[in-house]
Design a binder for this molecule. Structure first.
Ligand SMILES: Nc1ncnc2c1ncn2[C@@H]1O[C@H](COP(=O)(O)OP(=O)(O)OP(=O)(O)O)[C@@H](O)[C@H]1O
Length: 336
């Protein structure tokens, strides 16, 4: 980055940080990308929009904005129109969809609807550029969203994956990537950014509805935890990062262990029986996925692993057409 860029009126420490992040993680949003930014009008996505728009020339990106009007409050259509004017003023192409409010009665349904519509828009963009370039869908998730998701998932019951951090890049469909570039910022950062840079924000009034679980966690639970244990959000984020690393490592190691136990005759029963019950279940689960592509409950897996461990020879019908059989040395399957 040159001093000239730094001295530009609109170049802030946040621009610098995001620019650095994009340069470091080259594959996050490559040069020359087609970007579709999902903007609610709130402080997070307005920060995202501003930063990406300011950085676009440096990275040769073409950008457009999509907004989803949930119709959850009486001013929602007006907000959409104002956002449209704001974008058009800045020569940013804008599209939006309006939901049928009865059909998106929960936060989960609203999210599903948004991703469905975003993907439809992305496919239209793909077809317009004759599928020559990937499409990058950007959302304004922050590290604060990460801490909230962790608390929500932990409280309602989750596996390791649910406690891992929000991914900054994910392929969601052929040639369509979902990118979350501002996970490096917190909600305090985006608030300060919008204040300092005088960015307008269209705050959704439903964000203060404490009947919505995420709002309760955001507005009450995390602030209370922060009073008792200052810095706890950061520690939660560090922990979820460790969970991601642990999860990746565990997946790689279990694949290796599976390949070690697997041969043409099936699964080596002696190797399997030398492992703890959790490892046996993981290997059997991997085996069952390979032979039937079906997911089995942990209760059924434990039952199978225990039977194989205890009885020298046996068989269990798992599905109508699938039987697991084992003898002293090998575990295999029979299809009828
Ligand atoms: N109605 C919407 N239209 C378009 N994009 C949306 C909408 N709602 C959410 N998003 C996208 O999903 C991201 C995360 O959504 P979430 O509901 O957590 O919003 P938020 O944390 O209140 O963010 P914001 O401050 O941008 O509203 C947003 O930053 C935005 O990119």
């Amino acid at each position: 980055m040159t001093d000239k860029k730094l001295s530009q009126k609109n170049w802030s420490p946040w621009h610098h940080q995001l620019h650095k992040e994009i340069l470091t993680k080259k594959i996050l949003i490559p040069k020359g990308s087609n970007i579709l930014i999902s903007v609610s009008g709130g402080q997070d996505s307005m920060t995202l929009l501003t930063l990406i728009n300011d950085l676009k020339k440096l990275h040769n990106w073409s950008i457009s904005v999509w907004h989803g009007d949930h119709q959850w409050h009486e001013k929602s259509s007006l907000y959409a129109l104002e956002l449209k004017d704001y974008c058009e003023d800045k020569n940013i192409s804008f599209s939006y969809d309006q939901a049928n409010k009865e059909s998106i009665s929960s936060e989960e349904k609203a999210r599903e609807w948004r991703y469905k519509k975003l993907c439809e828009r992305a496919k239209t963009l793909l077809n317009t550029n004759q599928q020559k370039h990937n499409i990058y869908l950007l959302t304004g998730h922050t590290s604060s969203d990460n801490a909230e998701t962790f608390i929500l998932n932990l409280s309602r019951g989750s596996n390791f994956a649910g406690l891992s951090n929000i991914e900054s890049k994910r392929l969601i469909e052929n040639q369509i990537f979902l990118i979350r570039p501002i996970l490096i910022f917190s909600r305090e950062d985006t608030k300060q950014f919008c204040n300092d840079m005088k960015i307008p924000v269209w705050e959704d009034p439903t964000n203060s509805d404490l009947k919505l679980k995420r709002n309760l966690v955001r507005k009450k639970i995390i602030p209370t935890l922060e009073v008792i244990y200052p810095g706890c959000s950061e520690r939660i984020n560090n922990f979820s990062q460790k969970m991601s690393n642990y999860n990746n490592e565990r997946n790689d190691l279990s694949e290796l262990a599976y390949l070690y136990c697997r041969d043409v005759k099936g699964i080596d029963r002696n190797l399997l029986n030398g492992m703890c019950i959790q490892a046996r279940c993981t290997i059997l689960n991997r085996f069952l996925k390979e032979i039937s592509a079906k997911q089995f409950s942990s209760k059924n897996l434990t039952k199978l692993a225990t039977s194989i461990y205890e009885k020298n020879k046996g068989q269990i019908n798992l599905q109508e057409f699938l039987k697991i059989v084992w003898d002293k040395n090998y575990i295999n399957f029979e299809k009828s």
